[in-house]
Design a binder for this molecule. Structure first.
Ligand code: BGC
Length: 751
């Protein structure tokens, strides 16, 4: 019976209404039976049992078809066949049918990198947080937790029980179009922060997912590229970020990546999935393929892929036949199913399923603004140009980047839909299409006017540098907004600002000595004009309340405290790979309708070799003695800090204590960074981040800061015994406010 139709016709007939209510009651009773078992509550519904025990009880009851149904999604038109069952999807990127007879709900997955995706086309609403890289710039684990919790609340309110955020690919290639979705270049910072995001999500009873495992560090040719890298380098860098993230959060899912690593695809890579993730790290959750990153049934299954998305090219009928013929052992199938069910029990989506409700819009604004305020990095402040004093300024020129209406956001599957559509489009024309530049309706011009109500604040779009310079010349202060858009599915050609914005900034700076640049970028950018302007703020993709946050920083209501989670090089020539390797034509598809078939079979590989090895990000600049434009860990404040009294106490774990003093008179928060130089014999780059603490200090106040170092962060990965090892010898600990400004230093011997 089509229950929907049946109820609709009854509801149209008032006489039938009483009957309809009875029908609903019966329907409710029917739904209940899903959690019943031979007349009594199903034993796996006993929440006192462990998730493993509960999963094992369910697996025993399942038919082969039910097991197979859990191993794949229901399809996506552009990526292969779509099952009729997909109509029950909540409108997210993935939908896995449940098993109502056993009380197992469907898995409704949504992308959720900096907010819940696709809300616009589903007639819903989501908050856009500052992008993930911005989140990392806060270096604030509590903010990261809040970031995850907000996303998960909005996922649940929209009917989802699984998130597809959690991007933590280390930045080896800053031109990667997804740099904004990741957490920068350091495995400890990125791992800790993504771990907190996941923890915040899972605490709301949503399945968390960390991605893209591993080394999907460029978008160009991502379905074909073979990444060559040595084991030690990947374990100590790229994989370490995942290891820490998982250890911190027990995230229930890991998404394997499109690319190949040392010959095998991420989703059929035995080393990555079986040996490292599942064995070494003891990961208990399930591995979900990136959307069409599955290339086989038996090989992928043996390597450790548990679930195929978005459809069932390999993990549907093909898998069923492989199980029936013994190519995939039954125990292996059961393990995949067990892992998925276990994750559902462990994350609480079975005991506490989401109920749709209205998203808390104002609550979202509050969190988005607070995190933006903690993530905006002050890069330059000559002659204490900032903060601006509204009472002393008669006129302000606001220039560029559509600052009259909005701020740019990151694209691709991370894209969050702005309410009302793209802010720069006429109403009704702003639908968020794939790879369109989407501007959020958070207007810096309005926010600046609100901060300086008595000043004459004028806007120039910046499209004609001469007109912008003329406006700037006539104003007391010029604030130029500059953007660099990026997205999944593309890489940046270079790190320059697009659309001749460098020229615009230089012209404005020449016209007004009080020029401040506000950057809205997802990656580092080069700044040929850096010495000519008096202030630079990096606002990243600042989210739903970016403009308010920027204005509060500009006018000193917020004292900036963020630090760069990524190096800003002087030029691409300083990168480990000055040129990004593009795929040959044979390794690409042109979006033809059946491209999915070619991709599934496997495109011919092309090679990218990360021969910089351990030297990722600042480790490269340190080792190669290259000066960055703005180094990792760098960020100014409206006050100043000093460091003293370092004590290092070796023991089971190493303890550090030191004093940080706010030497100015404005309250602020200093991110005190701790680096270690390992013994010579370890063969490591000059130093690595091993800890930090964000310290709030009033003007003139001092605090003793204690940091306990995790032994893992001091270790190296030795490929011979295939294990982490602490190399005995002299360790030098360096403490300060940036990777290039470390006034405290103490060496100790560790055995
Ligand atoms: C992306 C994933 C995303 C998935 C679902 C893929 O193209 O790489 O990050 O979760 O699509 O939208």
């Amino acid at each position: 019976m089509n229950l929907d139709l049946h109820l609709r016709s009854l509801l149209r007939n008032p006489v039938g209404l009483g009957f309809a209510i009875l029908s609903l009651a019966l329907l409710g009773a029917f739904a209940q039976t899903g959690s019943e078992h031979k007349g009594s509550p199903a034993p796996w519904m006993n929440s006192r049992l462990s998730p493993d025990d509960r999963a094992a009880l369910v697996v025993k009851e399942m038919t082969l078809d039910e097991k197979i149904s859990l191993l794949h999604g229901t399809g996506m038109a552009s990526l292969g066949p779509v099952s009729p069952l997909a109509v029950k999807s909540n409108g997210g990127a993935g939908y896995v049918v449940g098993i109502p007879r056993l009380g197992i709900p469907a898995i409704q997955m949504s992308d959720a990198a900096y907010g819940v995706r696709n809300s616009g086309e589903n007639g819903r609403y989501s908050t856009a947080l500052p992008d993930d890289l911005a989140g990392a710039a806060s270096w604030d684990p509590d903010a990261a937790y809040e970031y995850g919790a907000l996303i998960a609340r909005e996922l649940r309110a929209q009917g989802y029980n699984m998130s597809l955020g959690g991007g933590v690919n280390l930045t080896r290639e800053p031109r990667n179009g997804r740099t904004f979705e990741y957490m920068g270049e350091d495995p400890v910072l990125a791992g800790k922060m993504v771990g907190q995001v996941m923890k915040g999500e899972q605490a709301q009873h949503v399945i968390g997912d960390i991605k893209h495992y591993a080394l999907n560090d460029q978008e160009s040719g991502r379905n074909a590229v073979n990444v060559n890298i040595d084991k030690r380098s990947m374990r100590e860098s790229d994989l370490l970020a995942f290891e820490i993230g998982l250890r911190e959060s027990n995230a229930a899912a890991v998404m394997c990546s499109y690319n190949r690593v040392n010959g095998d695809y991420g989703c059929e890579n035995k080393y990555l999935l079986a040996d490292v993730l599942k064995k070494d790290w003891n990961f208990k959750g399930f591995v979900v393929s990136d959307w069409q990153a599955t290339h086989s049934a038996a090989k992928a299954s043996a390597a450790g892929l548990d679930h195929e998305e978005p459809g069932e090219i390999f993990y549907g009928d093909t898998m069923k036949k492989a199980v029936e013929s013994g190519k995939v052992p039954k125990a292996e199938l059961d393990e995949h199913v067990h892992r998925i069910l276990r994750s559902m029990f462990a994350s609480g989506v079975i005991d506490d399923p989401p109920e749709k409700s209205v998203v808390d819009v104002e609550g979202g604004f509050e969190v988005a603004q607070k995190i933006a305020e903690q993530s905006i990095v002050l890069l330059r402040n000559e002659h204490s140009q900032l903060p601006l004093e509204a009472s002393k300024i008669a006129s302000i020129a606001v220039i560029g980047a559509h600052a009259d209406v909005g701020m740019i956001s990151g694209g691709g599957s991370a894209q969050v839909d702005p309410p009302g559509g793209n802010a720069i489009m006429p109403p009704g024309q702003g639908r968020t299409t794939w790879q369109a530049h989407i501007w959020f309706p958070t207007s810096p011009l309005k926010a600046i006017r609100a901060q300086a109500p008595h000043a004459n604040v004028q806007y120039d779009p910046g499209t004609d540098p001469a007109s912008a310079a003329a406006l700037a010349k006539a104003a007391d202060v010029a604030v130029v907004f500059a953007y660099q858009w990026e997205s999944e599915g593309m890489d940046l050609d270079n790190l320059s600002l697009p659309d001749r914005q460098d020229d615009l900034i230089a012209r404005v700076a020449a016209a007004n000595p009080h020029t401040i640049v506000v950057l809205e970028t997802g990656s580092p950018v080069t700044m040929p004009w850096a010495d000519q302007v008096s202030g630079i703020l990096e606002a990243w993709y600042a989210g739903s309340r970016g403009a308010e946050a920027v204005a509060r920083v500009l006018f000193g209501e917020v004292n900036p405290s963020a630090k760069l989670p990524i190096t800003f090089p002087k030029s691409e020539a300083d990168l480990p790979h000055p040129i990004l390797v593009k795929p040959p034509k044979a390794s690409t598809t042109n979006g033809e309708p059946d491209a999915w078939k070619t991709i599934a079979k496997g495109l011919p590989p092309f090679q990218v070799t990360y021969d910089e090895g351990l030297k990722v990000g600042y480790k490269w600049y340190d080792a190669e003695r290259k000066q960055a434009l703005f180094p990792f860990g760098y960020g100014l404040s409206y006050t100043t800090y000093s460091y003293s009294d370092l004590k290092v106490t070796p023991g089971k774990s190493v303890h550090l204590s030191f004093k940080v003093t706010n030497t100015g008179n404005r309250a602020g928060a200093e991110i005190a960074e701790v680096y270690a130089a390992l013994p010579e014999s370890a063969g490591e780059p000059p130093k690595r981040l091993v800890g930090w603490s964000k310290v709030k200090l009033n003007g003139g106040e001092s605090k003793e800061v204690k940091v306990e170092l995790d032994a893992l962060y001091l270790s190296i990965f030795n490929v011979e015994p295939d294990a982490w090892q602490l190399v005995p010898g002299e360790y030098t600990f360096l403490v300060g406010g940036s990777s290039q400004s470390l006034p405290l230093k103490e060496a100790v011997d560790l055995k």
